[in-house]
Design a protein around this ligand. Structure first.
Ligand code: ADP
Ligand code: MG
Length: 558
């Protein structure tokens, strides 16, 4: 606020908080670093887990960056920007969320030193931008191709994403399952491979061993048939998918029907029954022997269906209907009158089975099922939930490796390689930007450094070791967290899709640049409004929003 002839002028409304220049930057940088710090210890196979307890006392134990940040419910706008980095990474690939956030935090930390040396934020952002672009080229350079039929390599990718997520024992079999599942739902569109990971349904079933996790070449749904008289198992099933109810609709207008004799009532009921019978006849006429209905099925209709030997399941979720349609080839029919033989799908077997004491319906042995289900088993709720997150990451990376067809090694090897390459690049660029590029290079070392730290290795020694290996020509060396030494990541089979690194580094650079460009934070606080109005304009420098009734100019009173 400015004083003009002794009269204060208020540009911003009362209670607005404003931070400018270096002050704003350092607050923002601190927040960004704090967010990165909160997930850093979870990075890598030896990363620690976090226990998050929400306001209702529900507990989540996880090692997954995106989940942690999601549960944390952050307030500060910069914190939200950092969370978005994780979310984007999760949406784009499904893995590498911690990596992306940790690199963002480190870029901010490095920029602090540059700001202290009076390097203007514009120079820093320009340097970061150049470095990020160069990093993309370098990643392309170090990537290797992966073929659709290279199951061994794909399983390495799947396993790398699952490491450290509590599924150690069953890692190999789970990786095999994931690769099979993702390949099964892959489609070709104009010669391009398209994979919708939604078509890999993961159904959690608590109980049993994780090794008992199985892949169904079709869909499993958490529902049982509506009537016990219906066949429990149908071979060679012809399947109808209905998204309307098998019920007699109530009249929509407020019609009043006057019934004056018992016969009339009987007539009325008979008519309703006949309508339901007709509906069941229509289903029968189409040749269907299993019906999945997205809506309800009337009790009498259930009875008739059961008498005709048709199995029916009601209130199936819309998303499951879509998957059923993909798996069996059936069309979802809206109007029962339109149901034709051509709309039916096919499954080798539809059966009701018990999985850990709950009845489920399995629609399996579909020819070339383009939708599949992984029935995930695990001892306790927390174990199975974390396993689900591991599977999610794993599905994401396999899908990405297949679509983009490029992989790099993991274990900090690519980050170290990039760091060395960027340092070389910096000297070529010269000028003040080279300082920023150098900082970028240094920031990338946070990945191998953190991996080493989490394994209990000395991070300084390890990095020195890694650099000298690299300079000596062993370019694939990274952190071997099992034997606490540096090793060839190729021989350890630690492989990740190139896109993980590209996306993580480019969004980290973007968010750091965006945060650095901010030199003014103006935040209005909703709460102090009432008090400020009643109190009139406070004295200059006052905290604003005095409790109601206190006249302005409190200086003389205290
Ligand atoms: P993110 O959320 O970033 O995926 P993770 O906790 O999954 O975080 O850790 C990923 C990092 O761990 C990657 O740098 C990856 O290369 C590394 N990593 C995975 N498996 C191994 C392994 N067996 N040995 C060394 N590093 C590994
Ligand atoms: Mg991961």
């Amino acid at each position: 606020m400015t004083g003009l002839a002794g009269q204060p002028i208020f540009v911003l409304s009362e209670g607005t908080e404003r931070k400018r220049g270096r002050d704003a930057q350092s607050t923002n940088i601190s927040v960004g670093k704090a967010i990165a710090d909160s997930v850093r210890s979870t990075l890598g196979p030896k990363g620690m887990d976090k226990m998050l307890v929400d306001s209702l006392g529900d507990i989540v134990i996880t090692n997954d960056g995106a989940t942690i940040l999601d549960e944390m419910d952050v307030e500060h706008p910069v914190a939200k920007m950092m969370v978005e980095v994780a979310q984007t990474q999760d949406e784009e690939i499904g893995d590498g969320t911690t990596t992306a956030v940790v690199i963002s935090g480190e870029l901010l930390k490095e920029s602090e030193d540059l700001l202290d040396q009076d390097i203007h934020p514009t120079v820093i952002t320009k340097g970061y931008n150049l470095a990020s672009k160069k990093a993309m080229e370098e990643i392309e350079e170090m990537s290797t191709d992966i073929r659709f039929d290279d199951d061994d390599r794909l399983q390495q990718v799947a396993m790398t994403a699952m490491t450290g997520k509590g599924v150690e024992r069953a890692r190999e079999s789970l990786a095999e399952t994931v690769v099979k599942a993702v390949k099964q739902v892959a489609d070709k569109e104009n010669g391009e491979l398209v994979i919708e990971t939604d078509y890999v349904k993961v159904e959690k079933k608590q109980g049993g061993e994780m090794e008992e996790t199985e892949l169904i070449d079709g869909i499993a749904i958490d529902k049982e048939r509506v009537h016990p008289g219906m066949p429990k198992k149908t071979e060679n099933a012809k399947i109808a998918l209905l998204n309307s109810s098998i019920e007699v609709k109530e009249t929509e207008t407020d019609a009043e029907i006057n019934i004056s004799s018992p016969e009339q009532l009987q007539d009325f009921l008979d008519q309703e029954e006949n309508m339901l019978k007709e509906m069941v006849e229509k289903i029968k006429a189409s040749g269907a022997d299993v019906v999945f209905c997205q809506k309800g099925i009337d009790d009498s209709a259930q009875h008739f269906l059961s008498k005709t030997g048709i199995t029916a399941i009601r209130r199936v979720k819309k998303s499951d209907m879509k998957k059923l349609s993909r798996a069996t080839g059936a069309n979802v029919v809206t109007n029962l009158n339109d149901l034709e033989k051509e709309d039916l799908g096919h499954a080798g077997k539809v059966s009701q089975k018990k999985v850990s004491d709950e009845d489920m319906t399995f629609i399996e042995e579909c020819e070339d099922a383009k939708a599949v289900t992984i029935i995930l088993r695990g001892g306790t709720e927390h174990v199975i939930n974390e396993a689900e997150r591991a599977i999610h990451d794993s599905i994401g990376v396999v899908c990405n490796a297949l679509e983009e067809k490029q992989v790099v090694l993991g274990g900090g090897a690519p980050e170290l390689k990039l760091s060395l390459a960027l340092k070389e690049y910096a000297s070529k660029v010269g000028g003040r930007e080279q300082l920023a590029i150098n900082s970028f290079a240094k920031a990338l070392e946070i990945i191998p450094r953190t991996l080493a730290e989490s394994a209990g290795m000395d991070s300084i020694d390890t990095l020195v070791n890694l650099r000298s290996k690299n300079e000596g020509g062993d370019k694939n060396y990274g952190i071997n967290v099992i034997d606490n030494q540096v090793s060839d990541m190729e021989s350890l089979r630690v492989v990740e899709p190139s896109k993980i690194k590209k996306q993580a580094i480019s969004s980290a650079a973007e968010v750091a640049e965006m945060i650095l460009r901010i030199d003014d934070v103006i935040s209005s606080s909703g709460e102090s409004g009432g008090g400020a109005e009643a109190g009139g304009p406070p004295a200059a420098g006052g905290p604003g929003g005095m409790p109601g009734g206190m006249p302005g100019g409190m200086g003389g009173m205290m």
